[in-house]
Design a protein around this ligand. Structure first.
Ligand code: PEP
Ligand code: MN
Length: 354
């Protein structure tokens, strides 16, 4: 199955990545408006706030729900920013759309549950919303892709993914292990799909956000979602990972955005060149194996052994020296020829056993 996508067309920060910023939770109208105005003042275009909060244990602040949606409408009216919030049930979808929320995201705990994702997909059918799907809490790329397919299957084409790291039993440096390879593999599998990095939920700590933002940009991800609060220490949820709009602006101003467009063409050329060389390498290897099989046949007829250690050492020495002369490490050549030799022996054994 393939995704049918349309561009997100989200306003980006000076043609760099698009940045979604705002508090973990919408706590009070005043906190929402103060944070939004400060962010807008720093040139931020997309405001996030959790209206319904998935909490690990009961008793924490679970969000104001519908009551807080008019605050998001005020943000839009008074700052011109787009608004984004998490939806976890069909009722959330209906209410968020009714109150003009521009971007709906599916939280990590919800993505992990195909029943819940399908219920959201059904509720989204026929709407023009932009939907971002966070990775599931567990490191399961297929589950993440499955959720994207379900939402896309409901006709949602303005679709993206959010990489927020993966939970693990052991507590390590990060609250959620980034496991970048999963985000990279998602990009390889679905190259057209925009991916946003959420360094706040990966790190769980504000001092690690800047370096994670830079890493995400270096890997060619398309945007960032960062939790920002006018008074982070007093936040009702995720206090330790939120930064003020001032600090966020500082972080963003220091980011190095690689020129991925210009580089992309050049990279494409180099990759074509590499692909052509790899083709030749494989063809050559196949030719070498054919000769090796002929040798196997000959050894069999002459009653010789398959492995002749003197000849093998001679190859390793000769090619090792040649490699060093051409700037390839001796060890590398050695391991390549060990592998080739192993396959040669396997093919000759096949002939012997026929
Ligand atoms: C959030 O963005 O506030 C949130 C709850 O995130 P996640 O689903 O990634 O835990
Ligand atoms: Mn949060």
């Amino acid at each position: 199955m393939e995704l049918q996508l349309q561009p997100l067309n989200l306003p980006s920060d000076q043609e760099r990545a698009f940045i979604i910023a705002g508090p973990c939770s919408a706590e009070t109208e005043e906190q929402v408006m103060t944070t939004a105005k400060q962010l807008a003042g720093k040139g931020c275009h997309i405001f996030r706030a959790g209206i319904w909060k998935p909490r690990t244990k009961p008793g924490g602040f679970e969000g104001h729900g519908e009551l807080a949606l008019p605050w998001m409408e005020r943000v839009k009216e008074e700052t011109g920013m787009l608004t984004a919030t998490e939806v976890a049930t069909p009722e959330h979808v209906e209410l968020a759309l009714k109150h003009g929320i521009d971007i709906l995201w599916i939280g990590a705990r919800t993505t992990a549950n195909p029943f819940a994702v399908q219920a959201l997909a059904d509720a989204l059918q026929g709407s023009d919303a932009t939907v971002l799907v966070k990775n599931p809490v567990n490191p399961d790329l297929e589950l993440w892709i499955g959720a994207l397919l379900r939402i896309n299957g409901a006709g949602i084409q303005k679709l993206g993914a959010i990489h927020r790291g993966f939970s693990s039993y052991e507590k390590k440096l990060y609250r959620n292990d980034p496991m970048w390879q999963i985000a990279i593999e998602l990009k390889r599998r679905l190259p057209q799909l925009p991916i946003v990095c959420d360094p706040s939920h990966i790190s769980g700590r504000r001092d690690l956000i800047a370096s994670l933002c830079q890493e995400a940009m270096d890997l060619g991800l398309d945007g960032l979602m960062v939790e920002s609060h006018c008074n982070p220490e007093e936040a009702w949820s995720d206090a330790s990972q939120q930064v003020t709009p001032e600090v966020l602006d500082f972080i963003v101003s220091r980011l190095v955005f690689r020129d991925t467009k210009g580089q992309a063409d050049k990279l494409k050329d180099y990759r074509h060149e590499i692909d052509a060389l790899d083709d030749e390498l494989i063809e050559l290897l196949a030719k070498r194996m054919k000769v090796s099989r002929n040798i196997g046949q000959y050894k069999k007829e002459m009653g010789l052994t398959v492995v002749q250690t003197r000849r093998y050492s001679e190859i390793l020495d000769k090619r090792g020296a040649q490699g060093s002369l051409l700037g390839i490490g001796r060890e590398c050549i050695k391991s390549i020829f060990e592998n080739i030799h192993e396959e040669s022996v396997r093919q000759q054994m096949e002939i012997f056993n026929k």
